[in-house]
Design a protein around this ligand. Structure first.
Ligand code: ZN
Length: 364
């Protein structure tokens, strides 16, 4: 089991890195940027290294983004954590008009009596550096264990002082808890996640029966939300319920303190009836935020001119495809899912792209 555990740590690492460097989307249509119409705040990106094209690219698109810290177990030594935080702080200091920051929380050392206090002290420092949100991710539930060998769930009472602190500070938590349900199911060629789990069967949670079930992790997440009604929670990746907007709607109805963001789950939306998804987006227009999971991890110096140009064009096409899906009724192909766009009204788009993020994160 130990080997499987380490494999899963590697899974988490590769899965996140893969999102950062691979194009998420493909389009069948020629996409015309609509950059002059609506501003965008991408609340979930991982641009780790600076680019000469950032300023023009983002200004042309009236775009700003939140750099979300990636903290994960070291692939060979699970007692250590690797983070992107310092890169993000440097980038946000260089381009304060383009980037904002989201810190992160891990569960390592949770058995130590001063665990929560130490984490709070670190978070205080990082909030002073500019963190406007704190991310927790699927380590809670799927990877990190305490000294008794139990997977640490997000509703673990040892984490409660941290939630109390964040409530006092009025800092929201971005919660990437669990994975798409397909990670626990047999491979399905029609799933938007088929490609990834086909290429990496060793990372398919279905093959790791010791990992708690999807239902167990989602129940712990829901319990955590209901126990902290004053904590603002942004459920990342549509709360790992992206396969079924009804499941998301039920949580949004039950828990007034949550919002959801869309990063890397547009394929799951495109797999569902577009009229139903459109009705969902319209009904919950005040509680949905635009995010992508796009990013980079390579130094610009390591790319030649052609590679840099291609990277910029791919990034533009990726953003444009998501905007096409949200704002037009054109045909799109996203992660193998063919559908038509949602054609959302401009006032709904403005909330999803900008206003909801400004409100949640108190951005100006
Ligand atoms: Zn991410």
């Amino acid at each position: 089991m130990k080997n499987l555990f380490f494999l899963f740590i590697v899974f988490s690492f590769v899965s996140c890195k893969q999102k950062m460097t691979n194009r998420e989307t493909t389009s069948e249509v020629d996409v015309t940027p609509e950059s002059d119409e609506v501003e965008i705040i991408d609340v979930h990106s991982h641009f780790q290294k600076d680019r000469d094209y950032f300023i023009d690219f983002m200004k042309n698109r009236k775009m700003k983004t939140i750099l979300v810290d990636v903290a994960m177990h070291n692939a060979t030594d699970s007692s250590k954590v690797e983070r992107s935080w310092d890169d993000y702080v440097a980038l946000a200091e260089k381009h304060p008009n383009l980037f904002w920051l989201c810190s992160s929380l891990m569960g390592l050392g949770i058995d130590e009596p001063d665990f929560a206090q130490k984490e709070i002290e670190r978070l205080k420092k990082e909030i002073a550096q500019g963190a406007r949100m704190v991310k927790v991710w699927k380590n809670f539930g799927m990877v990190t264990k305490d000294n008794s060998g139990k997977y640490i769930q997000i509703d673990d009472p040892r984490l409660q002082p941290i939630w109390d602190f964040l409530k006092e500070q009025n800092i929201p938590v971005m919660a990437h808890i669990a994975e798409p349900v397909q990670a626990w199911r047999p491979l399905n060629p029609n799933s938007p996640h088929f490609g990834y789990y086909s290429d990496h069967p060793e990372y398919h949670a279905y093959n790791f029966p010791k990992i708690p079930s999807y239902e167990t992790i989602i129940a712990a997440r829901d319990n955590w939300i209901s126990k902290n009604p004053d904590l603002q929670i942004l459920c990342a990746h549509i709360g790992s319920m992206s396969h079924d907007v009804d499941m998301v709607a039920e949580r949004l109805d039950n828990y007034p303190n949550i919002k959801v963001e869309l990063a890397a789950r547009f394929g799951d939306l495109a797999a569902q009836d577009s009229k139903k998804v459109r009705a969902f987006m319209e009904k919950y227009q005040d509680r949905i935020l635009f995010g992508t999971d796009f990013g980079n991890s390579t130094n610009q110096l390591d790319l030649n001119v052609e590679e840099l140009t291609r990277e910029k064009e791919d990034l533009a096409a990726d953003y444009d495809l998501l905007r096409t899906y949200l704002s037009t009724s054109d045909s799109v192909l996203i992660r193998g899912q063919s559908n038509v766009g949602l054609s959302l009204p401009k006032e709904v788009l403005e909330k999803i792209y900008v206003t909801n993020a400004m409100d949640l994160l108190k951005l100006k």
